[in-house]
Design a protein around this ligand. Structure first.
Ligand code: GCV
Length: 616
C-alpha cells in the first residue's frame, strides 16, 4: 500500500464522507464505506445512551458489533478498521479513555502564522480571516477522531487581534461554521480568549470583581452558545509573558478564572486556565528567584478556590518543554482542583521537526513520576498546512502516539504506539519495521546527548530555539540560567540552594535533594555540580559532557544511515523530503557538539580523555 501523504496514518480508508451527520452516523458510514477491510464480515453500530466515549467491540452471528456511546462508537469504528487493517483481532472488552478531555492546542494566529510552528502555515487562518479547505478539515477531524482527540483550540494562547474577535458577533458565524465541520468527529471547540477583552470592547476595566465586567462576560457567553451550542469553553493565558490578567487588578487567579467560569457554567462550558506563570523580567544577578518554583507558588495556595468548571492546565515540567525536566510539583499538589497535563508536540526545544524526536519516552518518564493522573490532557499541536501535516514525516508519529497516550494513560506503551503508526502509515507488511522503530525509540536519547546533558537546559539559541548558544539565555530576563563557571555548572535547587526540592512530597524531595539518590539524568536540574565530580559510572561530569556530545553527533549520523537504508522500501517523495531533514539534523548535531564541548573546554582547560578534537 503506497503511503498517501495527504491521508497520514489512514491511507487505506476511503474519502471522508462529506455529509457526516453526528458521530454515530459517521461511524456507520465509515464502517459501510470501508467494509472491504473487514475480512468478509459486516459491522454494525449499537448506541448505548449516556455511555459517552466508552465502547466495546463484539462478535455477533459472525459479524462485528461496535457498541458504545455517541462518540464511543466512532472511536470503536476506527479501532475496528485500523485493527483489521493491521491484521490484529479487533475484538475488545469495554474501554474508556484515561483522560476525559483529550485536547489539542493550536498556537495559530489569524495572519496564518503559527507560533512555534514547524509544519507550514495555519490549517485554519490566513490574512486575518478564516481560510481553510473543508475537505482537509474533514481529513483533520477524522485523524483526530481515529485517535480519540475530542477538543481543539484553534487559536494561539497569545491572542493577537483580530483573534480576540473570534467570540464576538463579528466573527462568531465563521467560528461556528468551523465548529460545525468538526462536530461529526466528536471534536469540540475551545477558543483562547484575551483577558482584557472587556477593555478593548469599551469598558474601563477588566477587573474580575467588577459587576459590569461580569455582565460583559455573561452576555458574551450567551451569545457564543447561540452560535455554538456545544462550545467547550475558554483557554486562558493570563499574567504570563506580557498577557493581561487579574494581577493588574490585584486579584488572584482564582478570582480571575472564576469570573469566566461563572459566565460559562449555565451553558456547561469550561475554563482551561494555564499555569505557565512566572517572572519573565528577572534580573540574572538575582539568585533567589528560581523560575521552576513559580507556578507552584502562585497556584498551590489557591487549592479549593476554583469553580468546578475550571481546569488548571499544567506543563509537564516546571520550566518549559525542555528535553529533560522532572514532573511539575503541581501534579503532586492541589487535590481539590481539576487539572490537565500539557505536553508539547511542536518540537520547539526538541529539534523543531527537523531533528527526529519521538516523544513517548518523555511521557512514560512523566508517568513513572506522577502517582495520580490529572483528569484531562492537552498537547500543543505539531500540525500545519504542509502536505505531510507535520513538516517531518516521522513527526506524525508523535501526534498518533499522543492520542494513544491520552486514551490509555498508565497503560500507554510508546513502543507499541510506534509499531501501530508504522503499520498504519507504511503498510502492515512494511519490511523494515524494526529499523524504523529503533530510530524512533532512540531519537530522544540521541537529541539529548548532543544538546544539553543531565537536565541542564537552556543552552539553546535564544532567538528561535534551534541550535546551540550556551550563554544565549545566561544574562537574559527569562529566569533561565545554568551559571557555568570554571569549576561547576547548574543551579543548586536543594534546601541549601533555592529550596525548589521542598515543593515535592517528602519522599521525592529527599530523593532529589541528595546527589547520591537524584536520578543522574536530572542531576544538573537539581544540583550545582563540579566538573571533576565522579558520576556513578566512574566518569567525571566533564568527561560525561564531552562523551555525550561526541556520541550524540555520531548517533545522529547513525539515524541518517538508517534512513538511507530505508530508501528501497519507502515512497520516493517521503524518502527524499525526510532525507533532507536527517542531513540537517547531522549538521545541527555537529554544531551542538563543537560549540558545547568548546565552551566547557575553554572554562576548564581539561582535554577530552579520549583525545578527540575539541576546537578552541
Ligand atoms: C505561546 C514558550 C514559548 C512561547 C509560548 C509559551 C507558552 O515560552 O516560547 O512561544 O507562547 O511557551 O506556553 O505560553
Amino acid at each position: 500500500m503506497p503511503c498517501d501523504e495527504k491521508l497520514c496514518w489512514l491511507p487505506f480508508l476511503q474519502d471522508v464522507p462529506g455529509d457526516a451527520g453526528g458521530p454515530a452516523e459517521l461511524a456507520q458510514k465509515e464502517l459501510a464505506g470501508n467494509a472491504a477491510l473487514l475480512g468478509g464480515k459486516s459491522a454494525a453500530v449499537s448506541l448505548l445512551p449516556g455511555a459517552g466515549d466508552g465502547y466495546e467491540i463484539l462478535e455477533r452471528d459472525g459479524n462485528y458489533l461496535v457498541r458504545g456511546g455517541e462518540t464511543g462508537v466512532l472511536y470503536g469504528a476506527y479501532r475496528l478498521l485500523t485493527d483489521c487493517y493491521r491484521g490484529e483481532s479487533p475484538l475488545r472488552p469495554w474501554t474508556m479513555p484515561a483522560f476525559s478531555l483529550r485536547m489539542l492546542n493550536h498556537w495559530d494566529n489569524m495572519d496564518g502564522s503559527v507560533e512555534r510552528g514547524y509544519a507550514g502555515k495555519s490549517l485554519f487562518f490566513a490574512e486575518d480571516r478564516f481560510a481553510y479547505d473543508p475537505a482537509r478539515i474533514r481529513r483533520y477531524g477524522r485523524l483526530l477522531a481515529s485517535i480519540g482527540v475530542n477538543a481543539v483550540c484553534i487559536n494561539n494562547v497569545n491572542v493577537h487581534a483580530p483573534a480576540d474577535q473570534l467570540i464576538t458577533e463579528r466573527l462568531l458565524p465563521k467560528t461556528a461554521a468551523l465548529a460545525d465541520l468538526l462536530r461529526p468527529f466528536g471534536v469540540r471547540l475551545l477558543l483562547a480568549v484575551d483577558y482584557a477583552l472587556p477593555v478593548t470592547q469599551g469598558l474601563p476595566t477588566a477587573d474580575p470583581l467588577d459587576e459590569k465586567v461580569q455582565a460583559f462576560w455573561n452576555r458574551q457567553c450567551d451569545l457564543i452558545y447561540q452560535y455554538i451550542p456545544d462550545f467547550l469553553g475558554f483557554l486562558v493565558k493570563a499574567d504570563s509573558e506580557f498577557r493581561p490578567g487579574p494581577f493588574l487588578y490585584h486579584r488572584s487567579h482564582a478570582e480571575g478564572a472564576n469570573l469566566l467560569a461563572r459566565a460559562l457554567k449555565p451553558h456547561g462550558g469550561k475554563v482551561i486556565w494555564r499555569c505557565f506563570v512566572y517572572n519573565c523580567r528577572q534580573d540574572w544577578r538575582d539568585h533567589a528567584t528560581d523560575r521552576p518554583m513559580a507556578a507552584y507558588r502562585h497556584y498551590a495556595p489557591l487549592d479549593g478556590q476554583f469553580e468546578d468548571n475550571v481546569i488548571l492546565q499544567v506543563k509537564n515540567g516546571p520550566y518549559d518543554f525542555q528535553v529533560r525536566e522532572p514532573a511539575s510539583p503541581l501534579f503532586y499538589a492541589m487535590p481539590n482542583t481539576v487539572k490537565a497535563l500539557e505536553v508539547q508536540l511542536a518540537q520547539e526545544y526538541t529539534g523543531q521537526q527537523i531533528d527526529l524526536y519521538y516523544m513517548p519516552p518523555m511521557w512514560e518518564e512523566w508517568l513513572s513520576q506522577v502517582p495520580d493522573l490529572p483528569d484531562h490532557i492537552c498537547a500543543v499541536s505539531n500540525l500545519g498546512n504542509d502536505e505531510n501535516w507535520t513538516g517531518h514525516f516521522l513527526a506524525q508519529a508523535n501526534l498518533y502516539a499522543y492520542g494513544r497516550f491520552a486514551w490509555l494513560g498508565r497503560a500507554f506503551d510508546g513502543k507499541a504506539a510506534a509499531r501501530e503508526w508504522i503499520a498504519l502509515t507504511l503498510g502492515s507488511d512494511f519490511p523494515e519495521t524494526e529499523r524504523l522503530l529503533s530510530m524512533l525509540l532512540r531519537s530522544r536519547g540521541v537529541y539529548e546527548k548532543y544538546t544539553s546533558p543531565l537536565g541542564l537546559c537552556w543552552m539553546v539559541n535564544i532567538s528561535h530555539h534551534y541550535g546551540p548558544s550556551p550563554e544565549g539565555y545566561e544574562f537574559s530576563l527569562w529566569g533561565t540560567y545554568h551559571r557555568a563557571d570554571y569549576l561547576a555548572v547548574g543551579i543548586d535547587r536543594t534546601e541549601k540552594g533555592t529550596g525548589y526540592t521542598r515543593q515535592y512530597p517528602k519522599e521525592l524531595a529527599e530523593q532529589y535533594e541528595s546527589m547520591d539518590t537524584c536520578p543522574e539524568e536530572m542531576l544538573l536540574f537539581f544540583h550545582r555540580v563540579r566538573y571533576d565530580h565522579m558520576l556513578r559510572d566512574g566518569r567525571t561530569l566533564l568527561q560525561r559532557i564531552y562523551d555525550d556530545h561526541f556520541e550524540g553527533a555520531e548517533e545522529a549520523e547513525g539515524l541518517l544511515k538508517d534512513w538511507v537504508a530505508l530508501q528501497p522500501v519507502l515512497p520516493d517523495g517521503i524518502y527524499a523530503h525526510t532525507l533532507d531533514r536527517f542531513r540537517r539534523q547531522v549538521q545541527n548535531a555537529r554544531e551542538w557538539r563543537d560549540v558545547i564541548n568548546t565552551y566547557f573546554h575553554r572554562f576548564t582547560g581539561t582535554p577530552d580523555a579520549k583525545g578527540r578534537t575539541i576546537y578552541d
